[in-house]
Design a protein around this ligand. Structure first.
Ligand code: NAD
Ligand code: SAH
Length: 415
């Protein structure tokens, strides 16, 4: 076994966090129960790069229980919880991660998990795949395929496949209905506010909240902002999404305009340079900026650093930047994902769905991976529905079933 974590001694609080989520992830538990005796992952190595906190830890432990040897690192320099990493080392997981690692350490840790020459990878954001296509392609020699957890990662995979450079099959877990409809919408919708509220400890009601991007994440964040009593403004580049936002009761305008009226800004676009230097000087004194989309480039932190005459730590996870005009504006969690770098990420019940998909898609890759092309694949509908049914079952809910006459009626044209 090998590992590199900050402090192996702090495992007790990590174990407590993992125990807390264990019985709140019934879908994953059910899958583990079904495959426990069979141990289908025996003899297989799985390399994972996912935010290293309790729910991810639980997924890693379940995969181990099903026979896998797991190599785990984070997917963001600020989202690893050191006590959870220590608890995993105690359980025999090969962990390479610590909170607040440098960019260089972050990449080295990704390479460390790939050194095992994995059979399967679980990527979140596409960094493992990127390294396997650039820095260390030799570590892909045993690879059957992998799964991608998030929107930006899937976009990167599609770009790679379009250029015909993708070297192994990848399943777009993000694009399953049981993923984006819940994780991106309700998960981000709740955990972003959890991160913002615990970090700022300020009231949301009465504030003008500007949300950049009205995709699945943006819809969830806006829905909850409305619930808190905020005046919500959406910025978009897609006219259809902008129309949806208007019908949902929100104001829509370009960022050049919104930057002058917002009290709190949340970017969830997956794009870069959404808030830049041309906006900073127009912001109100005391405006708060944060990001919940991919990477720390949605708000140009680099340009903010250049534009500021001074900066200070205003509170934990809040940097205050004083600009030339004398205004001070605040950036949460260094512009990285506010729900994970300044919070615990999505709730257990949400990650249960996403990680159940991950577990089943990895089993699918074991079974069918060798028949797949070097391409990006959708999650099979049977897996998506299976996760939905187990979810309903765990909530004690059942649904109606079509009888033969109804089935015929729904599939005929001559009504
Ligand atoms: P999505 O594609 O459904 O939505 C993104 C939206 O942003 C689109 O409607 C698009 O038109 C809009 N957009 C793009 N560029 C823009 C710009 N410059 N200005 C304004 N709007 C712009 O994607 P999604 O599933 O909502 O994911 C958004 C981002 O959040 C991705 O990077 C994804 O990886 C990430 N994500 C984060 C979390 C989290 O826990 N924080 C969870 C899921 C996804
Ligand atoms: N490397 C990128 C990753 C994007 S994160 C970055 O840090 O910028 C977006 C993904 O994080 C989502 O698709 C969601 O499934 C995942 N996520 C959200 N909360 C999580 C949690 N509590 N534990 C593990 N993953 C989580």
């Amino acid at each position: 076994m090998s590992y590199a974590v900050k402090n192996t001694e702090v495992y007790e609080s990590g174990q407590q966090k993992i125990r807390w989520v264990a019985n709140k992830m019934p879908i994953l538990n059910k899958i583990a129960e079904i495959y426990r005796d069979q141990k289908p992952f025996s003899g297989y190595r799985i390399a994972m790069s996912i935010h290293l906190e309790a729910k991810t830890a639980y997924l890693a432990l379940k995969l181990k229980e099903l026979g896998a040897t797991v190599y785990l690192t984070g997917c963001n320099p600020l989202s690893t919880q050191d006590d959870v990493a220590a608890a995993l080392v105690k359980e025999g997981i090969n962990v390479f991660a610590w909170y607040d690692c440098t960019e260089e350490e972050y990449v080295n840790n990704l390479i460390k998990v790939l050194e095992c020459k994995p059979h399967l990878i679980i990527d979140d954001g596409g960094d493992l795949v990127h390294l396997l296509h650039t820095v260390c392609p030799e570590f892909a020699e045993n690879l059957i395929g992998g799964c991608e957890e998030t929107t930006t990662g899937v976009m990167r995979l599609r770009a790679l496949a379009k250029e015909k450079k993708l070297k192994f099959p990848m399943i777009a877990v993000n694009d399953a209905k049981m993923k984006y409809l819940f994780d991106n919408r309700y998960g981000t919708g709740q955990s972003v506010w959890d991160g913002i509220n615990r970090t700022t400890n300020l009231i949301v009601a009465g504030k003008t909240v500007v949300i950049a991007g009205y995709g699945w994440c943006g819809k969830g964040v806006a829905m909850r902002a409305k619930g808190f009593g905020a005046h919500v403004v959406i910025t978009e580049i897609d006219p259809i999404k902008a129309c949806e936002a208007i019908m949902d009761g929100f104001d829509v305008m370009p960022m050049d305009q919104a930057c002058e009226i917002g009290d709190l800004f949340i970017t969830v676009t997956g794009c870069k340079d959404v808030i830049t230097k041309r906006h900073f000087s127009k912001l109100k004194n005391g405006a708060i900026l944060c990001n919940a989309g991919h990477f720390n480039v949605e708000i140009s932190v680099e340009q903010l650093e250049q534009a500021a005459v001074s900066k200070r730590q205003a509170r934990r996870n809040i940097t205050g930047y004083t600009l030339e005009n004398g205004n001070e504006i605040y950036l949460l969690a260094e512009g990285r994902l506010v729900n994970l770098a300044a919070g615990d990420g999505h709730p257990a019940e949400i990650m249960d769905m996403s990680f159940a998909l991950q577990a089943l898609c990895n089993l699918y890759l074991l079974e069918k991976g060798k028949e797949l092309q070097k391409n990006v694949y959708a999650v099979p509908e049977s897996i998506d529905k299976n996760v939905a049914f187990i979810n309903l079952e765990s909530r004690g809910k059942t649904i109606d079933v079509l009888d033969e006459e109804q089935r015929k009626y729904l599939s005929s044209w001559d009504l």
